[in-house]
Structure formats: C-alpha cells, structure tokens
Design a protein around this ligand. Structure first.
Ligand SMILES: [Zn+2]
Ligand SMILES: [Zn+2]
Length: 144
C-alpha cells in the first residue's frame, strides 16, 4: 500500500500471549487502513496495518495458523490467543502487519485508506489521508 515511500524502521512486536514474536526489518512508517468487507469480518473493524515488505522474521512460527483467504493472499493468526499477525501476498511474500502488534508507534503516520468504497457509514476517520477505492487500488498494483 505504500509503494512510494522508502522510509522504514525496524520494528518488533508480539501477539497477546507472546507465543509469536515478529521482527520487521523494514517496516514502513506509514499506516494504512483497509475497509474491505473481508478485513472487517476478519478483525471486526478496519484493518490498520503497516507494510513490512518481505523482510519479516517470525519467532514461534509453529504457533501460527494460516488461512488461505484469496487466490493472492493469506492471513495468519496465533493459534493460542487468536491475535491477527499478518496479511501476506503469496507471490511477493509481502507482509501487511497490524500496527497494534508493535511495541511503539514512533514516527508513524496514518497515510492511506483503501477500499474506501466499502467503508460503512457508521464510522469515519478525520485524519487527512490518501483514499483509494478497491478498483483504484487494483489498478495501481495490477493484481486482482
Ligand atoms: Zn498468541
Ligand atoms: Zn481489506
């Protein structure tokens, strides 16, 4: 979601129970929100994530269940506590990781919202962000 930004930080995080620990070597400083129906069903609300690229080290991999959510992506969660760990693109290995897993929120900027056309009316963020519809997002990243 943050293809134009190369500003990254190493960030560490973990799930609620601590069985899974994540080190993202090149985590973006930009936070994105996805309002698509799948993300909202997965988490109960919009998916607030940071793009961590493919350089993600996971400690406790044996505690992760991976759900095959579409032809192009899968979603991981901790088997023990249920914490959502990543949305991963199968081809590139790119990880979108829930921003709430990470220890600190230094230098994070809420930058973009996608699938804005699927956002329900009962909430709205007031942050100034770049907003894309699902169709605009697919046009930008060329996958479907
Ligand atoms: Zn856990
Ligand atoms: Zn989504």
């Amino acid at each position: 979601m943050n293809a134009n930004t190369r500003d990254t930080t190493e960030r560490v995080g973990h799930c609620l129970c601590g069985d899974v620990r994540i080190t993202a070597k090149n985590a973006s400083n930009n936070v994105g929100a996805c309002h698509c129906k799948m993300c909202r069903r997965w988490g109960g609300g919009p998916f607030m994530e940071i793009d961590c690229g493919a350089g993600v080290e996971i400690d406790g991999e044996e505690n992760i269940s991976v759900f095959n959510s579409s032809d192009w992506a899968e979603r991981g969660f901790c088997r023990n506590c249920g914490t959502h760990l990543f949305y991963r693109l199968k081809e590139s290995g790119q990880h979108m990781i829930p921003v709430g897993l990470f220890e600190d929120s230094d230098s994070l900027v809420f930058e973009s919202q996608v699938f804005i056309d699927e956002k329900p009316d009962y909430y709205a963020f007031t942050n100034k962000t770049k907003d894309l519809t699902g169709a605009e997002l697919f046009a930008l990243f060329g996958s479907s």
